[in-house]
Design a protein around this ligand. Sequence first.
Ligand code: PLZ
Length: 469
Amino acid sequence: MGMTTTAGPATPVTTDPTATATRAGAVGGPGLPQRRHLVTELPGPRSRELSARRDAAVARGVTSTLPVFVAAAGGGVLVDVDGNALIDLGSGIAVTTVGNSAPRVVDNVIAQVQAFTHTCFMITPYEGYVAVCEQLARLTPGDHAKRSALFNSGAEAVENAVKIARIHTHRQAVVVFEHAYHGRTNLTMALTAKNHPYKNGFGPFAPEIYRVPPSYPFRDGLTGPEAAARAVALIESQIGAANVAAVLIEPIQGEGGFVVPAPGFLPALADWSRASGAVFVADEVQTGFARTGAMFACEHEGVVPDLVATAKGIAGGLPLSAVTGRAEIMESAHPGGLGGTYGGNPLACAAALGAIETIERDGLVDRARAIGERVLPRLRAVATRVPAVGDVRGRGAMLAVEIVDPATGRPDAAATGRVARRCHEQGVVVLTCGTDGNVLRLLPPLAIGDDLLDEGVTVLLEALEALAR
Ligand code: PLZ
């Protein structure tokens, strides 16, 4: 763990602001030793000191799954300020798909930060922004003419997709789904399904948002076409097809529980949207950029969305998001109608070009598929032994286990929390999700090696087995 202990000044420095700055200079990336190694309890003493400082300075509304402060990260490991090395099966919520401090991302960002850091694309433009939009046109589903606009966060991309769909259609209603997650801004809170913690007390919310049931095979037992017919019947009777500006959907629901729709659901909704003159918007913020074993999750069913919102994995950890779509829809927004000070910031664009190059050159779409093929059978095997494992699902490197009370079949958030805690105590970062908080999800960086991946999954399997004891 020399990379952390030698990086900081000799004095124990957690109250000295320069210490954190020095430690932030620790070298991460794929060169970090790829092993799990715990030298203190978790969180360790330095992390606990930082937590105390945090409590006095950071609003409690912003929480952390695991209060372990990170000093360096790369490949499949996170190294904390106490020198513990943890296995990362979360990628900072599906962001570091190419790994932390991926070499091409680092090189591009260093070159860009030395050239210039910001001009505002709306004032004086630069090539990186255009190059990212060219890549998005090439990579997103469909070979029609496309345009893109760049923003900072996933929520901002989704908001802009709705703006564009509304101005294009001259309609207002937006159809979203139960279990949907689209963000925490005012409009995206309205689009998001789950009340607590995302919405409770933060209203009033934006109008003209209508929620219908998705396809959730484990819970509804419907085929894709049946689930689509159920949603369409509600849309037509309660909104009216002619009023729908957009049908907005995550092709695999993320925060809502890693819900993979039954085959045929997405194509039926896309077809209905096209026939009704509504814009079909895929929120690929969590599923996009190789995560599911395709560049975009819509591809698994040959669905070509009208607009795609992307973020997270697009830029290897720098904040960047985009709306990409059919030129005639994107161009409905008048000049000056889209933008923002930082949208498509030069550093984030440089990072994105490095991340995209890494995904393609390192074959990370195939790597995501291989991760799924490696991990899914092990999760399925544990499901046969542990009755609390109600469902195992996912695609590529977006995998989940839904935990239920074996006696009632109901969601069991408490047991899910126990499994997650057991993993965390042993230095394996797993995340939970689900409207009912009863889904364990795996989102490993695609830069993780098989050994570390297997070891992390073994820890998870042991924690799941403990539910049967
Ligand atoms: N759309 C599908 O998954 C972000 C947020 C977790 P931002 N998901 C993780 C949390 O508790 O805030 C997300 C997503 C989908 C939109 C978003 C929003 O992306 O970059 O967080 O704004």
